[in-house]
Design a protein around this ligand. Structure first.
Ligand code: CP
Length: 323
């Protein structure tokens, strides 16, 4: 079946999911991000790679980190960045998603950055644009339902590579509400593709999806067992907005069993790093002493996110330039 994020030459035309991206493509994006990290230390923090491009941020669901870092990334690439205020847009008057897209495409949009509560919405838009814009417009998935959050997955891989260098000797634990997490799905696909030999999922049975073992993930309901000797701990928040019914007894009970405290973190390797995609709920999935402690790289993830999003936009722009 044709992969809708690749063009006929097999180049990346949209970024919709990490699933199906090759190891070399992931490393290419991470390598492209490296010089953009040091750009932040320069007096002029901009390069002209996307000069003349119009990037539209379409966030149909709330965001702090992704929306803002995409805006900064676009501006550092010298693109014109438009943040559509969805609440004040004509979608509130009943305009369909594709009519909104067609109208923005008519304003010569070059890239759409799309977050949506419905899984598959960015792919739906990309397939529509493939038919109507002849491959001229790219779509970047900024998180769709439970499906995927590819730029979060890529920035997480950038962070792990930065601190641990090599994926092929790592033990990584992903902890919490994996059932509802698009971040967990993207991270699992990325880690597998990059050759991580041991991915662990830790959480209550009700929050561990049944297909994890078919992806080669080892499941643990006992956090102390699951954290033993890991190199990386990735914490996730409870996605209450996506839960149907009570899947855990209470936030307090969850914290007791699955909250990351210094005592539990002591079971991981002494140089283990602690990650969290945000937003964090202190006292639910993570204790402040860990979140603000020396092993947390949570804010570094956010900073790397700008460079990684610049890299994604640059790679998509170079696909278009070579078409
Ligand atoms: N990690 C993440 O997607 O955060 P936001 O929802 O704030 O964008």
């Amino acid at each position: 079946m044709h992969n809708p994020q690749l063009n006929k030459q097999g180049q990346l035309q949209h970024l919709l999911t990490i699933e199906g991206l090759s190891r070399s493509m992931i490393h290419h994006i991470l390598d492209t991000a490296m010089p953009f990290v040091s750009l932040a230390d320069r007096e002029v923090k901009a390069v002209p790679l996307l000069r003349g491009y119009s990037v539209f941020n379409l966030f149909f669901e709330n965001s702090t980190r992704t929306r803002t870092t995409f805006e900064i990334a676009g501006k550092r690439l010298s693109a014109d960045v438009v943040n559509l205020n969805i609440n004040a847009s004509s979608t509130s008057k009943g305009e369909s998603l594709l009519d909104t897209i067609d109208n923005l495409a008519a304003m010569n949009a070059d890239m759409f950055v799309v977050r949506h509560a419905e899984s598959g919405a960015p792919t739906f838009i990309a397939q529509h644009l493939n038919r109507t814009s002849n491959g001229r417009v790219s779509v970047i998935n900024a998180g769709d339902g439970r499906h995927a959050h590819p730029t979060q997955g890529l920035l997480d891989m950038y962070t792990i590579r930065h601190y641990k260098k090599d994926f092929t000797n790592l033990r990584v634990a992903i902890v919490g509400d994996i059932l509802h997490s698009r971040v967990a799905r993207s991270d699992i696909h990325a880690l597998s593709t990059l050759g991580c030999p041991e991915i662990r999922a830790i959480g209550p049975k009700t929050l561990l999806p049944s297909h994890l073992e078919s992806l080669g993930v080892h499941c643990y309901t006992d956090m102390k067992e699951g954290l033993r000797d890991v190199d990386v701990v990735m914490m996730l928040r409870l996605q209450n907005e996506r839960m149907k019914g009570a899947l855990i007894p209470s936030a307090q009970e969850f914290y007791k069993h699955y909250g990351l405290t210094e005592e539990k973190l002591a079971l991981a390797k002494p140089d283990a790093i602690v990650m969290h995609p945000g937003p964090m709920n202190r006292g639910v999935e993570i204790d402040s002493a860990v979140a603000d402690g020396p092993r947390a790289v949570i804010l570094n993830q956010v900073t790397f996110g700008i460079a990684v999003r610049m890299a994604v936009m640059s790679v998509l722009a170079s696909t278009r330039a070579s078409a």
